[in-house]
Design a protein around this ligand. Structure first.
Ligand SMILES: NC(=O)c1ccc[n+]([C@@H]2O[C@H](COP(=O)([O-])OP(=O)(O)OC[C@H]3O[C@@H](n4cnc5c(N)ncnc54)[C@H](OP(=O)(O)O)[C@@H]3O)[C@@H](O)[C@H]2O)c1
Length: 347
C-alpha cells in the first residue's frame, strides 16, 4: 500500500467555489486517496456571515454541503467557533490555507492579509482570488519562497481550465511573445446573445438571471475583471511587473447590436480580448472589444466559455478552450494546485 499524505485545509469562503471543492472531496475523496495517496481533509471553514466550523479530525464535506443547501448557513453544525479567519489561521491544526473569499481589485483585502498570515504561520496557500495575485504577486511569491511553502493560484485565470499551468509548465522552453484570450465569460455570453439579435440591456438581464453577471456588472462589462487576468498572465508567464493601471482597458458597453450584426453579416465576430504582448524590451497589456475574422480560433468561442491563444516561438499558436467559471471548475483549480503541491513537496 502506497504511503498516504494528509493535507488539512482551512477554507476561507464557502460560496460557489468553496462548495465546489467540498463537492469534489465528497464525491472523489476515496479515489484521490487510492489514486494519489492523498488524504484531503477540510478542518475549518470560515465565512463572513454563515458561521465558522472547526474539527481537527476533519469536517464531513457532505454535512457542510447539506447544511448550506438546507439552512443557507453552517450555524447548526457541530464544531462552531467564534473565530475570524485570522483566528483560524493562528489556531487551527492545519497545513494549507485555501483562500476563496470575495475579490477586491482595489486593495486585494482582506484576502492578501489572510495569505500573508498563513505563510507566516507555515501554511501553504492556494487561492482562486484575483485580488491578491493581481496586486501583490511579487510579495506573496517572496514570502512563500522565504518560508519554503507552496503558493498556487491556477483558479485566478479561467478557473479550472489550466491557462497558467499551460503557459508555465506545458509550454516551458518556448518563448511566449503574445497571449490573447477571452477570459471573461459574462461579457462573452452577452456578446453571443447580442449576435443573436438581443439588445445589450436584455442580454445583460439574461446574464444576471442565469447568475453569470452580478447585480452590479461593472467589473465584467467595463473590463476590470479581464484586466486583472491580463495582469496575472503578464506577471506570471512573462515575468512582467504590470499593475492594473498599466492595462489599456475598454469594456463592451460601447458596442451596439448594429455594430455586432454588421460584423456577423461579413462572417466576423466581436469579442472582448485580453491581450498581453512583448514590445521591445517591455510587456504590454490591453483589454478591448476586438473584431475577429471567423477563421480566428477565438471567433467561434461562444457563450460563457473562455479561451486563450499562446503565441510561441517553437509551436506557433496554441489555443486552450474551456470553462472560465463555476463552482466545480474553480474547486478543480484548487485541487489541481493541491496535487501539484503534493507532487512537488511529497517526493
Ligand atoms: N465562482 C467562480 O466561478 C470563480 C471562478 C474563478 C475565481 N473565483 C474566485 O474565487 C473566490 C470565491 O468565489 P465564489 O464564487 O465562491 O464567491 P462567493 O460565492 O461570493 O463566496 C464568497 C465567500 O467568501 C466569504 N467571505 C467573504 N468575505 C469574507 C471574510 N472577510 N471572511 C470570511 N469569509 C468571507 C463569503 O462569506 P458568506 O458566505 O458569509 O457571504 C462567501 O462564503 C473569489 O475571489 C472569486 O473571484 C470564482
Amino acid at each position: 500500500m502506497a504511503e498516504t499524505t494528509t493535507y488539512r485545509l482551512i477554507l476561507v469562503g464557502f460560496g460557489s467555489a468553496g462548495q465546489g471543492l467540498a463537492q469534489i472531496l465528497r464525491d472523489r475523496g476515496g479515489w484521490l486517496l487510492r489514486r494519489y495517496g492523498v488524504d484531503v481533509q477540510i478542518v475549518a471553514v470560515c465565512t463572513r456571515n454563515r458561521g465558522t466550523v472547526y474539527n481537527p479530525d476533519g469536517l464531513d464535506p457532505a454535512a457542510l454541503l447539506d447544511a448550506v443547501a438546507q439552512d443557507g448557513h453552517l450555524l447548526n453544525l457541530p464544531g462552531q467557533r467564534d473565530w475570524t479567519p485570522e483566528d483560524a489561521i493562528d489556531q487551527a491544526d492545519a497545513d494549507v490555507l485555501v483562500e476563496l473569499s470575495t475579490t477586491d481589485l482595489a486593495t486585494g483585502e482582506p484576502a492578501t492579509s489572510f495569505i500573508r498570515l498563513a505563510l507566516a504561520n507555515s501554511l501553504h496557500v492556494i487561492t482562486a482570488n484575483k485580488g491578491p495575485i493581481a496586486l501583490h504577486l511579487t510579495d506573496i511569491r517572496r514570502l512563500a519562497a522565504e518560508a519554503q511553502l507552496y503558493r498556487g493560484y491556477e483558479g485566478t485565470v479561467m478557473s479550472g481550465t489550466p491557462a497558467l499551468r499551460m503557459g508555465w509548465s506545458n509550454l516551458a522552453g518556448c518563448e511566449l511573445s503574445e497571449m490573447r484570450g477571452i477570459v471573461n465569460g459574462t461579457t462573452n455570453y452577452i456578446l453571443t446573445q447580442m449576435e443573436q439579435g438581443m439588445s445589450y440591456a436584455d442580454a445583460l438581464a439574461e446574464a444576471q438571471r442565469l447568475g453569470y453577471a452580478e447585480a452590479d456588472p461593472t467589473g465584467d462589462v467595463e473590463g476590470f475583471d479581464a484586466a486583472a487576468k491580463a495582469v496575472i498572465l503578464a506577471n506570471v508567464l512573462m515575468n512582467a511587473r504590470l499593475d492594473l493601471s498599466d492595462v489599456e482597458r475598454m469594456g463592451i458597453t460601447t458596442l451596439t447590436r448594429d455594430t455586432i450584426e454588421a460584423a456577423r453579416a461579413s462572417g466576423d465576430r466581436w469579442k472582448l480580448i485580453a491581450r498581453v504582448w512583448r514590445e521591445g524590451g517591455a510587456v504590454r497589456a490591453s483589454v478591448q472589444p476586438t473584431r475577429l475574422p471567423a477563421t480566428h480560433p477565438l471567433a467561434s468561442v461562444s457563450g460563457a466559455t473562455n479561451a486563450i491563444t499562446f503565441t510561441t516561438d517553437m509551436l506557433g499558436d496554441v489555443t486552450l478552450i474551456g470553462p472560465g467559471a463555476g463552482g466545480l471548475a474553480t474547486g478543480f483549480a484548487v485541487l489541481s494546485d493541491l496535487l501539484e503541491m503534493h507532487m512537488l513537496w511529497a517526493r
